[in-house]
Design a protein around this ligand. Structure first.
Ligand code: SAM
Length: 289
């Protein structure tokens, strides 16, 4: 199918059901066939996989996923889309639509119910107003996933994928890269959607690491230290660490930096994952955690 045809199909479905887009639910439906294939291909789905999709909309991506996966479990908050989905996906028998808010869904229960073998991939064109909370919930709650392939705002994708000493590198980069290998696999201009969103988008692939390659004494402390290090981007690490949250003051910061063998005059944004881990482990000793 070409893009013109998929534009027309989407518009026809929307008008047939008198569906009204709710901007606050991030409803921008994908109508670009090339981007659609890029999402599905990069998820490398096989017939054993259970795919969890967040926000199926009118089912465009859901359908493509269902051709490759064992089953697709799609969580959609908008009850007005449920009768539409029953019709657009009527010929598919391996799709389950759940009318629920993903942020209120028990993710472990979801996986246990539909994929006890834990061969789960998340694939979604995410509602942009909750991109980060959705990603971080899956990762922080350690939901047993293999990969997430998700369409998100280009700017957020760049931040997640950023390397040290760049303007996009920040606590989100470190937090996501702690759990996953990251790769931007496609770009999507505004015109790839109906209605057009206000920002460009990108598809990012997050591959959950089996071995994180670093040892942490205290994971919560690691995240606290990372947040502190980025809390004052223009100041030195010593300054940023000395004045943030519950990791002590200047004295503790000096000691931890010394133990970790990190120059106190550096900026937080120059540290890589291993240095953050050494710093957090040094803090654990200083704070006696
Ligand atoms: N997958 C469709 C596509 O690619 O055309 C629609 C994607 S649209 C960007 C986001 C979808 O997420 C919408 O269908 C919206 O109703 C749904 N959604 C928004 N907030 C949600 C939430 N908290 N839980 C589940 N679905 C949500």
């Amino acid at each position: 199918m070409n893009n013109l045809a998929s534009h027309k199909i989407t518009k026809d479905i929307v008008s047939k059901y008198g569906f009204r887009f709710t901007k606050s639910l991030g409803q921008n439906f994908l109508v670009d066939e090339h981007v659609l294939s890029q999402i599905v291909d990069s998820a490398e789905i096989d017939s054993e996989d259970t795919v969890i999709e967040i926000g199926p909309g009118i089912g465009t991506l859901t359908r493509e996923l269902s051709y490759r996966a064992k089953q697709v479990i799609s969580i959609e908050i908008d009850k007005n889309l449920i009768p539409i989905l029953s019709e657009t996906l009527a010929d598919r028998d391996n799709i389950k639509i759940i009318n629920q808010d993903i942020l209120k869904t028990d993710l472990h229960e979801l996986v246990n119910e539909f994929s006890p073998d834990r061969k789960v991939k998340v694939v979604a064109n995410l509602p942009y107003y909750i991109t980060t909370p959705i990603i971080m919930r899956f990762l922080e709650e350690k939901v047993p996933l293999k990969t997430m392939v998700i369409m998100i705002q280009k700017e957020v994708a760049n931040r997640i994928n950023a390397v040290p000493s760049t303007k996009d590198y920040g606590s989100l980069s470190v937090a996501v890269q702690y759990y996953c290998d990251t790769d931007i696999v496609a770009k999507a201009p505004k015109g790839a959607f109906i209605p057009e969103p206000g920002v460009d988008s990108a598809v990012i692939k997050l591959e959950v690491k089996e071995d994180k390659g670093i040892e942490l004494i205290d994971e919560d402390l690691f995240f606290e230290v990372v947040k502190a290090a980025f809390s004052k981007r223009r100041k030195t690490l010593l300054n940023a660490l000395s004045t943030f949250g519950n990791i002590g003051g200047k004295q503790e910061a000096k000691m931890a930096l010394e133990i970790a063998n990190i120059d106190a005059q550096l900026r937080g944004e120059t540290l890589d994952m291993k240095q953050f881990a050494s710093l957090a482990n040094a803090y654990a000793k200083v704070l006696n955690k």
